[in-house]
Design a protein around this ligand. Sequence first.
Ligand code: DLL
Length: 439
Amino acid sequence: MIWNPEYESMPRRELEALQLERLRRLLARLAERVPFYRERFAAQKITPEKIRDLAQLQELPFTTKDDLRENYPFGLFAAPMDEVVRIHASSGTTGKMTVVGYTKNDVAIWAEVMARTLSCAGATAKDVIQVAYGYGLFTGGLGVHYGAERIGATVVPISGGNTKRQLTVMRDFGTTILACTPSYALYMAETAREEGMDLRGLRLKAGVFGAEPWSEEMRREIQEKLGLLAIDIYGLSEIIGPGVASECECQNGLHVNEDHFLVEVIDPVTGQRLPYGEKGELVFTTLTKEAFPLLRYRTRDIGILYPEPCPCGRTLIRMSRILGRTDDMLIIRGVNVFPSQIEAVLLAIGGVEPHYQIIVDRERNLDELEIWVEVSEGIFSDEVKRLEELERKIRVEIESTLGIHARVKLVEPKTIARREGKAKRVIDRREVYAVRPGP
Ligand code: DLL
């Protein structure tokens, strides 16, 4: 079902006129309320009022994750704090969080785009939606929650973790739609099998899975083991959270909610816009957000745009699944992790060398993080007890900074291979990015 046909199936010409009108309003708001943008427009001699055509968007500057970091925490907000009703955050490159804010109206728009997303998966007021994304600063839990309430479905806000209880709830409450990361869905399936429970015999009909990369092969496995339609949903905190784009029942590309988020694909090296069908970095402009609007935000996510009409009747453009990243961000159990954060923790501890290796693997459908660290000569010849203590300290520090558990292995000096040129710090054995580009 299409939640809001007026916008989701709007003729392209009308949609583009609406986008232009909203873009102009956005530029005025940025120039008026955000010193960062005002100064940037002035320095580049940009007069926002002169933008009269969507193609002119290409003349406007990008916003990057570094810009967010430099304006931490609220420097880019375009609404006074008394209008901000919610804050969310995700991890940033150097440990500084990316902080985002919402006005009442932003929360309402978020509920609207999430209602569209859930409707894409066939949700109606009759459904029982189990929200197993994390609640908290992460946008997954509350994002799905508000969308599900907007539809009038029955929401089960169980959050992540406690897998056996998830399964009991799924069976006893008659969950029809599951919302979690794709890897957690597979982990649930495996736990169910161990418990002698057949998920295919339950009432599950669809799942909205995202927040991390997955592949067509994983989709097949999830659909078979859980007996449901697995829908890919995409979003990022900076833009709104989940609700930026979602697959429909055709499972052939994700419709971008373009009346709220204008999407472009650019060459990540030159910054030039690429034609439809070409692979590049996804860039979003928020057209309606009040508290935290962003102009041409570079996501570092790689994808392709497909303008061809979709059989579902939505006219919103489709993007491929995410095909990679332009940076080295890893997503481990749904948490965004930058190798630089791990490095910062290690170097602050002392007794270890700046040589380390990060190994990410998937064991029983759960991400495992292992860190090999070289210790200094002096320490290595020490007693076992001191080494164990160091290992423990690193583990605890990693857990408290990144919020995820890591296995730590101390190795002798000079055991980690040195490379000329770029060090290969990360070995990711999960093969999460799809080989095929999509529709
Ligand atoms: O992960 C928002 C979200 C929650 C999306 C629940 C979907 C479901 P962040 O924590 O800011 O926000 O992480 C955003 O996650 O730039 C992508 O690299 C990655 N990502 C999100 N959805 C997908 C997806 C949420 N469907 C970052 N496929 C993004 C691949 C995804 N990667």
